[in-house]
Design a protein around this ligand. Structure first.
Ligand SMILES: N[C@@H](CCC(=O)N[C@@H](CSS)C(=O)NCC(=O)O)C(=O)O
Ligand SMILES: [Fe+2]
Length: 301
């Protein structure tokens, strides 16, 4: 027994030294990697620098505050992500980009977790699915629906650029990021280092600009001026992904987005040649979303 106690003591003393050492060393290695890696060619040197920067930005990723709740939710039909955020202390919650067909699922989850839904927000007037905000207002009557004023859609609260929405001690800031539609907004939670980009910026892609008020040059400027200027370690969460990706970062998209790393003229050319089929639901979704999704919704018994 004595032997076991002594072994455990030694092991924990070793760990107490090893963990900070490891952290210090990994940071030191990353910081100096670009200077000490021996280049064989200038392009492999460049790759080493980019890799070192990427490791560094992962190293510096923020973790959520203990009183901040985050849950990513998915609708398989439209490939839409919705995001439930809450203050764990006060239980006030917000839901970003809910989908009509998932409103009951979302309401059940919110009730099970003991949250009270304060705001149901849309990043923009969606074209591919009907928003769940109107229906959630019926299911959870405390809910206030929110969208940007420039979307032209009905809601209880209309947001202007830079306006904030509070839930408990947390808040998100709405940045106007038009281009996919006029009313597109990106919601940023600065304390947690995260942003919800709607369809403005998708993972290694971006929202199309060939319907509603789409404009490629405007979208390019929105991304470069309002999203790529956020700190590089910010985690980004889009409204859709069609390949199973969950999230990205500012640093990743600035380096690897195949559309937005190009200059503006090349970007416009890419966007003019996407040749995507129109969303199947567009003729139903846009008129419904103009009414906050309160359009042909299921009646409660
Ligand atoms: N096939 C889907 C619609 C897919 C689509 O058009 N997605 C939009 C976002 S929803 S408005 C988009 O901007 N896509 C960009 C891209 O590069 O894919 C359907 O029929 O609903
Ligand atoms: Fe969209």
């Amino acid at each position: 027994m004595k032997l076991l106690v002594s072994v455990l003591r030694r092991a924990s003393a070793a760990a107490a030294i090893a963990v900070p050492c490891q952290k210090f060393l990994s940071r030191a290695i990353v910081n100096s990697a670009a200077r000490y890696i021996k280049p064989t060619t200038s392009s492999s040197f460049h790759q080493s620098v980019v890799l070192a920067q990427c490791v560094k930005m992962l190293d510096q990723r923020k973790t959520f505050s203990p009183d901040f709740f985050f849950r990513q939710l998915f609708d398989e039909q439209s490939h839409t992500y919705s995001y439930l955020l809450a203050d764990i202390t006060t239980k006030e919650a917000v839901l970003i980009d809910p989908v009509l067909e998932q409103a009951k699922r979302d309401a059940k989850l919110i009730e099970e977790l003991g949250f009270s839904l304060k705001y149901a927000l849309n990043t923009h007037m969606h074209a591919d699915h009907i928003t769940g905000t109107g229906y959630l207002k019926q299911l959870l009557p405390s809910t206030v629906s929110v969208i940007s004023r420039s979307s032209g859609a009905k809601a209880d609260k209309h947001l202007a650029d830079n306006e904030t929405i509070a839930f408990g001690r947390h808040e998100l800031r709405a940045l106007s990021t038009p281009g996919h539609t006029n009313g597109c907004m990106t919601f940023v939670v600065e304390e947690q280092g995260i942003a919800f980009t709607g369809d403005t910026l998708l993972i290694r892609g971006c929202g199309r600009t060939d319907f509603q008020e789409g404009d490629s040059r405007t979208l390019y400027r929105s991304v470069h001026e309002r999203i790529f200027t956020l700190p590089e370690n910010y985690r980004l969460f889009p409204a859709h992904d069609y390949k199973g990706n969950l999230e990205t970062t500012v640093a990743e998209e600035k380096r690897y987005n195949p559309r937005l790393t190009k200059d503006i003229e090349a970007f416009v050319e890419i966007m003019n040649n996407l040749n995507l089929p129109y969303p199947k639901m567009i003729d139903k979704a846009v008129p419904a979303n103009r009414e906050c999704g309160l359009y042909d919704i299921p009646k409660e018994n």
